[in-house]
Design a protein around this ligand. Structure first.
Ligand code: MRU
Length: 351
């Protein structure tokens, strides 16, 4: 692999009126870029985890709509809006839990509705989707700086899933905080959980951090209790797919048990998420947890590891309740408990 650092290598990018992405299903064995000029292929890529991670799918959704506007043969604004609405629906239906997807799609649809005519709309949404991608990097860097103050020299920081460069356009949310902590001169170590069943921790986080020169150790998910009980970890930071105004955090399956164990061992548990990951309207009962194909559990790669016909429960995300969370790091500052007070305040201050 030739690139010196992955932190600024773009996971998803707009190039010559095409969407270019790293195919994350091929990592860590190959760094392959795929190129799409049809929004339906972008929708398929989101569904099949070619691109994944809440901010990355938000930007990919926006780029999908930008492609749809170029694909449309509409002669009037009304026809174009109707084509875009069809594309929005296809892109939205790919993954239900991360709120960034709806956020990215809604933002672009709003810009489309405000456009004068077909050409004006196409131009504005292609430009806005590109700006959204650039902003994602700036936001992650701000979040990183805000979060780095919570970590000390010689900390060993545990993270779960991949909330890194690969889950965003670049730099990362939770891993952005880890990157910024190291960039501030502190000596830190990282523990990455494997994150079964899709192994975003071993395939992506361990790969990303090792490639970029971090002192990172990989553990099986089953060793979280062991590492905490044996004082091998001081702090935890994870990303999020959705944060409610009450501080309920939806993130990769297994996050809840990491948070519970951190509480048991008195280890601070932080979440890093941009404001675009907050859903200020929903209650826990409204959030749909994506259920994924059982083969993710009955196989490792192509190798069968369970008996034929076994029933599988394979939720992709779980909810960590606010009482287990020490702080939520955003680009606008760090929200501390009680979150139902601090989160609305952050939004108010960021207006
Ligand atoms: O199923 P994935 O890989 O899309 O799940 C990703 C996660 O759960 C990440 O931790 C979350 O999106 C935060 S990424 C900045």
């Amino acid at each position: 692999m030739s690139e010196k650092t992955l932190s600024l290598l773009k996971t998803v990018e707009w190039k010559n009126n095409k969407v270019v992405m790293i195919d994350q299903t091929k990592l860590p064995n190959e760094l392959v870029f795929v190129e799409y000029s049809d929004y339906i292929d972008v929708a398929r890529a989101i569904k099949n985890l070619v691109v994944r991670g809440a901010p990355a799918i938000g930007v990919s959704g926006a780029f999908g709509l930008a492609l749809a506007s170029l694909q449309s043969k509409a002669a009037t604004k009304e026809q174009l809006l109707s084509d875009l609405e069809e594309a929005r629906k296809t892109l939205f239906e790919t993954r239900p839990t991360a709120v960034n997807l709806a956020w990215g799609l809604d933002k672009i649809m709003q810009i489309a509705k405000e456009g004068k005519d077909v050409d004006d709309i196409s131009f504005s949404i292609v430009k806005s989707a590109q700006e959204m991608a650039e902003d994602d990097i700036k936001i992650n860097m701000r979040m990183g700086k805000n979060g780095s103050t919570l970590f000390d020299n010689d900390d060993t920081i545990m993270t779960h899933c991949n909330a890194g460069s690969l889950a965003t356009v670049a730099y990362g949310t939770a891993l952005g905080v880890i990157r910024a902590t190291k960039e501030s001169g502190k000596n830190i170590k990282v523990i990455a959980t494997e994150t079964r069943p899709v192994q975003q921790g071993s395939r992506l986080t361990a790969f990303e951090l090792k490639h970029d020169g971090f002192d990172v150790s990989l553990i099986p998910d089953t060793a979280v209790g062991y590492t905490m009980a044996n004082k091998l970890v001081n702090k935890v930071v994870v990303g999020a797919d959705r944060v409610l105004r009450t501080g309920h955090v939806y993130n990769k399956i297994g996050t809840y048990q990491v948070a519970l164990m951190a509480k048991q061992h008195g280890i601070p548990f932080y979440v890093a998420a941009p404001l675009s990951t907050f859903d200020m309207k929903s209650n826990p009962q409204d959030v749909i947890i994506e259920q994924r194909n059982g083969t993710e559990v009955t196989q490792i790669g192509d190798k069968k590891t369970a008996p034929d016909g076994i029933n599988v429960i394979n939720p992709a995300f779980d909810m960590t309740p606010p009482e287990l969370i020490s702080g939520i790091i955003t680009e606008a500052g760090v929200a501390k408990p009680p979150f139902d007070v601090s989160i609305p305040k952050l939004f108010e201050a960021n207006k």
